[in-house]
Ligand binder design. Structure first.
Ligand code: ADP
Length: 328
């Protein structure tokens, strides 16, 4: 039986945070032990260029993501780790796909509108093109389903449309990929607004944060009086409750929700307990990362082999599509 390929990518725009970890990496790592799956982990460096970037920082961030992936449990023996720009077929297939995607479809996507608002000076073609490149990332490997966070759902829809159009027009056999929902498919921001994101300062806890840093970050989460009819379903308190559930279980969240309705919550106690629970989960990842930082040759080797394997699969798809589209 052929294995199901599952791909996920993280933009090289900073260190990994709890949202990336719970929304995606943890789910991918869990698939490694499953003989039915072949997980591919991509460092999305080309996607990192869709918003303003500094070349030196980009270079550093690519390393950070590689180390974070490996430290979080990526096993190069059963998964493929590669850097997007080292597999040129991503750009090649994206160009071919761009012939079936309209500008209007892309310009109405929520993420595009948000980014333009965030960086009005950088309303570039690369930013608009992002979902086309993402469709290429996914379909190059004929991925059926992928553990992505909810923020990527509109892009996944575009990918499905591209697959359908390509299949109808040119007789390709692309699957229409679906989201594989993980327990942390939407990790809210520490600011209480929107999702946790690398590109929003103050919104995240990094996988490399120590206990003190986690405490300091949680201390800044906006709260309320701690008491009321019903625990809020948005804002900072909602973020805390979500994190309590993700790191302490549903029972713990229910206990705090009851407290909210009865005696009231003392947020300092909740935040300290939560910081401890988060750190417990991150500690082994941080220990592993320290070892990896001392072994750059091993990391290089993993990346070289990963790119080679990814190129092998990707080039087959591109040859197939070029032929079907009438290219010689
Ligand atoms: P960021 O917005 O932090 O730069 P990326 O765009 O690099 O994140 O996303 C990498 C992966 O992590 C994607 O699969 C995305 O869906 C997931 N992800 C990012 N933020 C969150 C979040 N807050 N909750 C759940 N998943 C997330």
């Amino acid at each position: 039986m052929t294995k199901k390929r599952v791909l996920s990518g993280i933009r090289a725009t900073g260190r990994l945070h709890l949202g990336n970890y719970l929304g995606m990496v943890k789910g991918m790592v869990a698939l490694q032990g499953n003989p039915d799956y072949e997980p591919l982990f991509m460092v999305a460096d080309l996607h990192a260029m869709t918003t303003p970037f500094d070349p030196q920082i980009l270079k550093k961030n690519i390393r950070e993501v590689v180390l974070d992936y490996l430290a979080a449990g990526l096993d190069p023996k059963s998964a493929i780790l590669f850097i997007q720009s080292q597999v040129p077929q991503h750009v090649e297939l994206a160009y071919l796909f761009s012939t079936v995607v309209s500008i209007a479809r892309l310009s109405h996507l929520p993420t595009y509108k948000e980014k333009v608002k965030q960086y009005p000076e950088s309303n570039t073609i690369a930013l608009l093109y992002y979902p086309v490149l993402m469709a290429s990332d996914i379909l190059l490997y004929k991925t059926n389903s992928l553990p992505v966070g909810d923020d990527q759902l509109p892009h996944l829809e575009v990918t499905g449309e591209v697959a359908k159009k390509m299949n109808n027009l040119y007789g390709t056999d692309f699957p229409e990929p679906k989201q594989m929902k993980t327990e942390g498919h939407y990790v809210p921001s520490l600011t209480g607004e929107g999702k946790m994101s690398k590109s929003v300062e103050g919104s995240y806890v990094n996988l490399t944060d120590n206990l003190e840093t986690i405490k300091t970050k949680l201390a800044k989460v906006p709260t309320d009086s701690g008491r009321g009819n019903k625990a809020p379903e948005e804002g900072g308190v909602h973020t805390l409750m979500t994190l309590v559930e993700l790191f302490g279980g549903e029972k713990k969240r229910k206990e705090y929700e009851k407290q909210y309705q009865r005696s009231g919550i003392k947020y300092q106690g909740l935040k300290n307990e939560l910081a401890g629970a988060i750190y417990e989960e991150l500690k082994p990842i941080q220990e592993e990362r320290k070892k990896l930082e001392k072994d750059p040759e091993y990391v290089e080797k993993v990346l070289r082999e990963g790119a080679k394997k990814a190129r092998q699969i990707a080039s087959q798809t591109v040859v197939e599509v070029k032929e079907k589209m009438g290219l010689l």
